[in-house]
Ligand binder design. Sequence first.
Ligand SMILES: Nc1ncnc2c1ncn2[C@@H]1O[C@H](COP(=O)(O)OP(=O)(O)O)[C@@H](O)[C@H]1O
Ligand SMILES: [Mg+2]
Length: 249
Amino acid sequence: MAEAVMTKPVATPSADAAPLLSVQGLEGWYGESHVLHGITFDVRPGEVVTLLGRNGAGKTTTLRAIIGILGKRKGSIRYDGTETIAMASRNIAKLGLGYVPEERGIFSSLSVYENLMLPPRVKPGGLSVDQIYTLFPNLKERSGSQGTKLSGGEQQMLAIGRILRTGAKLILLDEPTEGLAPVIVQQIGRTLARLKTEGYTIVLVEQNFRFAQTVADRHFVVEQGRVIDMIPNSELDANIDKLHTYLGV
Ligand SMILES: Nc1ncnc2c1ncn2[C@@H]1O[C@H](COP(=O)(O)OP(=O)(O)O)[C@@H](O)[C@H]1O
Ligand SMILES: [Mg+2]
């Protein structure tokens, strides 16, 4: 691991700030299959939090529920004071939430530029294509390349850049570093730190808690469809044995 050269997290937002996102007693289903059993956590404005947990714990499902693409959900999800549990996904997006799925969703037949232009703007204040290219110089070089020609890291950058163009201010990121080389993981880490300094709020699903430690303020541990613990980033090292047990690593 190259944690020594990774970025340091920037200052933790004030603990008494009102949450930007508040998830309370969230339950979720795929058809008849009940997989979320009362997920509760909150995220302050400008904070980076992670959802950590074993495969199948319900992390991806939680992100899908927040963005409104899970068939059935119950409980409460408040964003900036608005209850979204009964809202359609397009209206949730318009509030300023963006989702970068694990599979990234890059259209292979479209160029980088065309992929960037695809999602509709939902709010003013989204990044311009030039700003995205400044954030990810690799993408600028690849502007005319087809999605199929991109490396995994470039696809991830494109998936993140595309969401920043929409004007979303709270970004849900599902395992952005999965399968990427360490040097690219570091680049993603620097990008997240930069987004944080610019006021974005981020919910990050991660398996790699060494990476998570370099960018996050707090960590929520998900197990069998529930949040079973919260570990402030400053206490992660002191809780490493507990975390290993939670994650089964
Ligand atoms: N499309 C689906 N249909 C039915 N069950 C699913 C589907 N996707 C995930 N599940 C189940 O829901 C549970 C939570 O999965 P998921 O949220 O993907 O976990 P994680 O992201 O933490 O690995 C698992 O038991 C998984 O098998
Ligand atoms: Mg997942």
